[in-house]
Design a protein around this ligand. Structure first.
Ligand SMILES: [Zn+2]
Length: 147
């Protein structure tokens, strides 16, 4: 997985420019620290059946897990989210944030701490696939074609 600095603008197919969060590389030089459990719960909930504007090919391993490449799913409070093939899109005001699903593993296993503005966006984000979520995407400049 390529390393992209947090809050860098990235260009993605068929989307407005987005701010990257959690695109960690192979080094341990990334922000670390605890995050509020409720924020993790909210991010996990957004990753369950997260909206994907396109289908990705391939599978990304965790480059921080030096032997196994990390898990292919994260389990939390009885729910399971596959990681390594999807992203989570978090619209906030007029900004679109995008994080790889691996962000759940990075936070849980590697103590990654996303930027505060992203954590604020996660807490404020409407439930995934709700009408309010589609509206928030539209406010962030996304032309939404609902599944
Ligand atoms: Zn890992």
């Amino acid at each position: 997985m390529p390393s992209v600095a947090d809050l860098s603008t990235i260009e993605l197919p068929s989307l407005p420019p987005a701010l990257a969060v959690g695109w960690l590389g192979e080094t341990e030089d990334y922000p670390q620290g605890p995050i509020d459990r409720r924020v993790f719960d909210a991010l996990f909930a957004l990753c369950v059946e997260a909206w994907q504007p396109w289908t990705t090919a391939g599978f990304h391993r965790c480059t921080l897990c030096q032997i196994t490449g990390g898990p292919s799913a994260v389990s939390h409070e009885g729910r399971l989210v596959g990681i390594g093939t999807t992203n989570v899109f978090v619209p906030f005001e007029e900004t679109l944030y995008v994080a790889p699903s691996h962000v759940l593993h990075y936070i849980d296993a590697h103590r990654y701490r996303p930027p505060d503005v992203f954590l604020e966006a996660v807490v404020a984000c409407p439930p995934m696939r709700s009408m309010d979520y589609w509206r928030a995407l539209r406010r962030a400049g996304v032309i939404v074609r609902r599944p």
